[in-house]
Design a protein around this ligand. Structure first.
Ligand code: ZN
Length: 117
């Protein structure tokens, strides 16, 4: 259900960003989603399609760029991409780590049909 409310948030943002004339020409919404964000991309695409079916956004699709989960160790400064939710440093085993990517959930760009290459 999280993805369903996220999909409707995306549509709200699209409607605020694009003019009424541009909406039917929208072809792609490019999103960056981190592995750590808790969002299931397939589920989000499915929810988006279900909500937009029969609307002016029916021709638009989501393009999801997956951002890997990356940790940095505060002790030895090693950066690694462990399997989430492992929060330990691969090098020294410390739990004193910070997430440096993977919690993203943001719009990257909108593609309107006229501007397509
Ligand atoms: Zn370390």
């Amino acid at each position: 259900m999280h993805e369903l409310s996220l999909a409707s948030d995306i549509i709200d943002t699209v409607k605020q960003t694009l003019s009424h004339e541009e909406l039917p020409s929208l072809r792609k919404i490019v999103l960056e989603i981190g592995a750590y964000s808790g969002v299931v991309p397939d589920s989000l695409s499915f929810s988006f399609e279900a909500i937009t079916a029969g609307t002016e956004l029916a021709g638009a699709e989501l393009e999801i760029i997956n951002i890997p989960f990356r940790l940095k160790c505060n002790q030895c400064k090693t950066e690694a991409e462990p399997e989430y939710p492992i929060m330990l440093c691969e090098n020294c085993g410390s739990s004193d780590t910070v997430v440096i990517s993977g919690d993203e959930l943001k719009f990257k760009e909108f593609k309107i049909s006229e501007s397509e290459e």
